[in-house]
Design a protein around this ligand. Structure first.
Ligand code: GUN
Length: 313
């Protein structure tokens, strides 16, 4: 029977450290603050944004939520993001995805000033983390997955990590983090057109699934002793349940936990770690405004405002 990896427990410890970092910056008169931009009223997005704001408050950070109408024009949304970019009280900005279909999401994400882009979705940050430059903000979910593996002392060196999914938010950055010097994993990235998915997943020492299809990975698709990380978050309506919906992962937890060595549950696995790493990135963004250190990136790339290298703590 697999060991259950609690992202909630790991998060509790990391967030205690973040709260200390927030308090230390407070002594310098800086209150790390995250702004969330929520367009429309998708119920799942509303819950995620509320959870992120609550998590900020619990570690002593500030949070601001911009609720914008579903039918907002793109220029108006750009104006709102520009306002946050220019606001010295705001250190991190996230635009909650998905956006309504009429909005060009790539252009919207590009509008966020890279030094406040704590989601790590701006192409500058995506590129920096791809080349292994620690100045780049790493997206929170892959950062959280790496933290889980580190915390749980899961060996990665030379091991075969198989990722299911090819998203910009999770899988692509995760692949580059896992294969980087340090973790040194061998990575296979699979997606919905992969022929005979099970032949790949069965070879995994570490299996990470980030697709959004509940029950996709079954016990016959994994090898004994695998470590399974389930990053699926599908909102499933349960008419009998209270509340009437629940979040389901991509892995058949009951079946796969009979075979795996360790597994993350949904909820309580990757989800809390994602929020924790978002807090960590926001703290880092705020630290960079403290002026204690200097930047190595050209000002033209990062926009105006004081910023500096990632501190060592
Ligand atoms: N929607 C789903 N995941 C994410 C995330 O990590 N960040 C943002 N901004 N929106 C999301």
């Amino acid at each position: 029977m697999a060991r259950i990896i609690s992202g909630t427990d790991i998060s509790r410890e990391i967030r205690a450290g973040i709260a200390e970092g927030v308090a230390a910056l407070g002594e310098e008169g800086i209150k790390p603050t995250l702004a969330a931009v929520l367009v429309g009223s998708d119920p799942a997005s509303e819950v995620y944004v509320r959870n992120k704001a609550q998590a900020c408050q619990r570690v002593g950070m500030g949070s601001r939520t911009l609720n914008l109408p579903e039918d907002i024009e793109v220029d108006e949304l750009f104006g709102a993001i520009d306002g946050l970019n220019a606001d010295p009280q705001i250190h991190g900005i996230l635009v909650q995805l998905p956006l309504p279909r009429h909005l060009p999401y790539k252009q919207v994400l590009n509008r966020v000033a890279p030094h406040k882009d704590v989601d790590g979705f701006h192409p500058l940050n995506a590129g920096l983390s791809f080349v292994g430059d620690p100045e780049g903000f790493v997206p929170a979910t892959p950062a959280g997955i790496m933290k889980i593996l580190e915390w749980e002392k899961v060996p990665t060196h030379g091991k075969h990590a198989v990722i299911v999914g090819r998203s910009l938010i999770v899988s692509k950055p995760l692949a580059s983090l896992l294969m980087a010097p340090g973790p040194n994993a061998t990575v296979t990235l699979t997606h919905k057109y992969t022929v005979d998915l099970a032949s790949h997943t069965r070879m995994a020492d570490i299996l990470i699934v980030a697709v959004g299809k509940p029950g996709l990975i079954t016990a016959d698709m994994v090898k004994p002793g695998v470590v399974v990380i389930d990053a699926g978050t599908t909102r499933v309506v349960d008419p009998e349940g209270k509340p009437r919906y629940r979040i389901a992962g991509d892995v058949d937890f009951e079946g796969v936990s009979e075979v795996a060595a360790a597994i993350t549950p949904v909820p309580g696995g990757v989800g809390p770690m994602t929020i924790t790493m978002l807090l960590s990135n926001t703290l880092e963004a705020a630290r960079r405004t403290s002026g204690a250190t200097s930047s190595t990136l050209p000002e033209a790339l990062v926009g105006s405002g004081k910023r500096g290298r990632r501190s060592s703590s």
